[in-house]
Write a protein that binds this ligand. Structure first.
Ligand code: FEO
Ligand code: CA
Ligand code: CA
Length: 685
């Protein structure tokens, strides 16, 4: 409901080179070549450029995107077989949609599962369409604004028909969450103590976090919740959890309520996710800053850390500080330092305490992709979703035992390791949308661009570097990116793919004839291969752009996108991203849905599938009005795909969307969507 997406506003004041600068330089150089009359058409330019990148990547980095050649690669996720999976995409792509429903290709079915408010814990009441429920009801019901998600098998049970779906609940939109909010308007609602109460703030807290949902197929094949199952669990913004790793006990995470700096209440703004090979779920805390405000903004007491992470000297949008001191940074300046982490959850143990993994850094975490280094260490790739922020990689100190994947010792792997930030360089050529990159270690001995060291700037403390991850990355010259979103690793080649969703805010200052992509409304997907295809390598990596999203319906220049964008598959703002076990790349969008102007012919947000070998992209699904599509999870056989619809009707509420209800005027709700193939086959094949 915000007029401006705060993630489009950079809070990065450093002078580090922006990724768009690299791209713009490339574009400028190539366009100079085109204008010089060397006979390159725009299509040849884009096609040749992107194709050439892949070739450069393959030949110099000994990486192959041919799944028939696995000689130099470690297979981590192809169903347990070392043979090449079949990543064929054979469905008939669908058209755009502006309707208030889900559309999938012929031969597929989509069903709604677990919308916000669905009874989950024993004793939960049914959801009420008048939004009058209290916090006690919400604490037992499925949370709101479903996002990242993973499906877990239960030992001893056929995972293709029964399992645990763990779903993030990123946030809630008060106008469609509290009775009377939309009618009153925010100022009047918050000003009325009969309307804005401590219980309402609690209800909002309980709608955040994650749900563990036990699901099962019935005799007809339909998936449903096992209501009241002892596996069912709500983890939310007031759930007790622990800090782990280098930051535990540091002065920067001590508060009045927790003088030991170890025990935190809650997780919120849980955006994307990851999962570990030892069977745990990773939920990623993204825009945590939006939950901190102050009742006393007369003097600006924010420190550099507060500012770099975007905490405003004002009341927060959620207004939890009205009832709890921990959300007022003037009263508890260290409480924000206890958020912005990745949290590890054991879905099979409902009594387990979630663990915040501080070794992986404190950023606005989008998601996390786990890969295996050749030497057995665990690698975690992560993006920091804000205009002008960075890409990170963690490498564990300990090693993973593939012969005993569920070993208890693996639960400690994300507690200790090294954190790196990425620098993307042009490489040998400008103009080819490819280059090389470096991983810069964030530790006390690392030199900073001003001739000092991180140790000198952060009291020789790794804990301080981690609490101030963004500031440390600024100091070592990381590359500013166009809002890093989801990252995923190809199951065979180990090549990493990352969505850079858009950066329209920066574009306004950079619009000129030579830089048509500076107005980056559409986003792109970048990919990189590590040296020797080893995710554990910290030597130079090779990168190229897999796709520049764009709109050939309205633009004939670079805003039309790369040559794998057509009028039939055009989209903007790639966000959710994941490979299935066979190596199909699933792309989800969270962008503009006006279907007008720059977005004409793009319709509602959608999900597409890419063949990374041919670069072909096909549209698979379109969502209801004013939603984003996010979250990807599969059953082990690949025959059920779960995705999430978040914030249908986010702008206009019931007037714009009543999804998933088909009754006009009902309040819209986020929900999971279950996709199956009518012939019982694999999704996408
Ligand atoms: Fe929560 Fe960056 O999406
Ligand atoms: Ca280059
Ligand atoms: Ca997202």
């Amino acid at each position: 409901m915000l007029p401006v997406d705060p993630e489009n506003i950079s809070t990065n004041p450093s002078s580090n080179e922006h990724f768009q600068d690299v791209v713009d330089r490339v574009v400028m150089n190539r366009r100079h070549v085109i204008k010089s009359g060397l006979g390159l058409s725009a299509a040849m330019f884009m096609g040749g450029a992107l194709g050439g990148c892949a070739e450069e990547t393959n030949t110099t980095n000994n990486t192959t995107t041919n799944t028939n050649n696995t000689t130099n690669n470690t297979v981590i996720n192809n169903g347990g077989s070392g043979s090449a999976p079949d990543a064929t995409i054979s469905f008939e792509p669908i058209a755009i949609s502006t309707d208030d429903d889900i559309k999938v290709p012929a031969g597929y079915a989509a069903a709604v599962l677990a919308p916000w408010g669905t009874p989950l814990i024993a004793g939960a009441p049914a959801w009420k369409n008048d939004l009058t429920e209290d916090s006690a009801a919400q604490e037992k019901q499925v949370g709101e604004h479903h996002d990242g998600m993973h499906y877990f098998e239960i030992p001893g049970i056929d995972g293709n028909s029964e399992g645990l779906l763990v779903v993030n609940h990123e946030y809630c939109d008060y106008p469609d969450f509290f009775a009377g909010f939309r009618a009153a308007g925010s100022a009047a609602f918050f000003a009325d103590p009969t309307k804005w109460t401590a219980d309402k703030a609690k209800k909002a807290q309980y709608a955040h976090g994650a749900s563990v949902i036990h699901i099962k197929r019935d005799g007809s094949g339909k998936w449903d919740i096992v209501a009241g199952s002892t596996y069912n669990r709500r983890i939310h913004a007031a759930t007790p959890m622990e800090l782990t790793g280098p930051v535990v006990g540091h002065a920067l995470v001590k508060t009045s309520a927790d003088p030991d700096g170890k025990n935190v209440l809650g997780t919120f703004n849980n955006c994307g996710n990851g999962h570990t090979p030892w069977g745990t779920y990773l939920t990623c805390e993204e825009n945590f800053n939006g939950y901190f405000g102050t009742l006393n903004s007369g003097t600006d007491n924010r420190n550099d850390n507060h500012k770099r992470y975007g905490i405003g000297n004002a009341r927060s949008g959620y207004r939890w500080e009205d009832f709890e001191d921990r959300f007022d940074f003037n009263k508890e300046p260290n409480e924000p330092n206890r958020h912005g982490w990745i949290v590890e959850i054991d879905p099979l143990n409902p009594a387990s305490k979630p663990q915040k993994r501080t070794a992986l850094g404190r950023i606005k975490h989008e998601n996390v992709a786990i890969a295996h280094a050749k030497n057995g260490r665990i690698v975690a790739y992560m993006g920091d979703d804000q205009a002008g922020d960075y890409v990170y990689k963690f490498i564990s100190s300990g090693t993973f035992d593939k012969a005993n994947p569920k070993a208890t010792a693996h639960r400690k792997l994300l507690e200790t390791g090294k954190l790196y930030v990425a620098k993307f360089n042009d490489g040998r050529f400008s103009g080819d949308f490819a280059g090389d990159g470096e991983w810069i270690l964030l530790d006390v001995g690392t030199a900073t661009t001003d001739g000092s060291t991180l140790g000198a700037k952060f009291n020789n403390s790794l804990a301080e570097i981690l609490v101030n991850t963004r500031l440390a990355a600024d100091a070592v010259g990381a590359t500013k990116m166009d809002r890093p979103e989801w990252v995923t690793v190809h199951p065979v080649t180990q090549q990493a793919y990352l969505t850079l969703t858009n950066n329209s805010g920066r574009a306004l200052a950079d619009i000129n004839d030579a830089n048509p992509r500076a107005a980056n409304r559409y986003g792109q997907i970048i990919r990189w291969s590590e040296k020797d295809s080893d995710p554990g390598s910290v030597e130079n990596f090779k990168w190229d752009l897999f796709v520049l999203a764009g709109n050939p319906n309205v633009h004939g220049d670079l805003r039309a996108g790369s040559d794998n964008i057509t009028t039939n598959n055009t989209f903007n703002s790639p966000d959710g991203l994941a490979f299935d076990a066979d190596g199909r790349l699933w792309i989800q969008t969270d962008g503009a849905y006006t279907n007008a102007g720059d977005y004409l012919g793009q319709g509602n947000n959608q999900m597409l599938v890419a063949d990374v070998h041919t670069k072909e992209i096909k549209r698979f699904l379109t969502g209801p009005k004013e939603c984003e599509i996010t979250g990807l999870a599969w059953t082990p056989d690949g025959k059920t795909l779960f995705i999430n619809v978040q914030h249908p009707g986010e702008s206009t509420g019931p007037a714009g969307s009543s999804w998933p209800s088909t009754t006009a005027g009902d309040f819209p709700r986020s929900a999971t969507v279950v996709i199956t193939k009518n012939d019982g086959g694999k999704i996408g094949l």
